[in-house]
Design a binder for this molecule. Sequence first.
Ligand SMILES: Cc1cc2nc3c(=O)[nH]c(=O)nc-3n(C[C@H](O)[C@H](O)[C@H](O)COP(=O)(O)O)c2cc1C
Length: 165
Amino acid sequence: MMVHYMEYAKEAMDQISGGGAFLTVKGENRVNTMTIGWAFLGFIWGKPIMMVAVRHSRFTYELLKESQEFSVSIPIHSDLKKALGFCGTKSGRHYDKFEECGLTLVPGETIKTPYIQQCDLHYECRIVYRQSMDSELVQHPIVHRYYDQNDYHVIYYGEILACHT
Ligand SMILES: Cc1cc2nc3c(=O)[nH]c(=O)nc-3n(C[C@H](O)[C@H](O)[C@H](O)COP(=O)(O)O)c2cc1C
């Protein structure tokens, strides 16, 4: 069922920050998913936006170079802790995470990127802006805590084309 993008914002953000969600990206030859623990939901450029942050070291980052889209699938009621653990520690460079975790892909309703059937809430997003972090502009304690290996995030602003349960 299609819902307003803010309808389940609290549930979505509680799950993303407390347990994680699946960020799915379709590159030229591969679909992959990874666990995310950070995101923003908001409104900018007259559009509803979901923002996600992906470090350069992730396979997902490579796929995002080939794509203008992503989906975020959130397990609100379903218990997918094991799959979130696997997808948050293993790379798509070495595993087919969908097969390993028994996750089923469903074609997106508005984008070519699929979403994960076993989740309850889905955002389909078209990337409207990509932002490489500038190390000079980050507060020092954050650099110290998150970027001592120099593995910065790229921040992707996805216009939410559909939000469905
Ligand atoms: C709970 C949790 C949250 C995570 N959040 C993020 C995130 O927001 N951004 C990120 O780049 N990596 C995050 N990670 C790490 C990636 O999910 C992990 O490195 C993954 O193996 C990358 O997969 P890939 O190489 O197939 O892209 C998180 C991991 C966990 C367990």
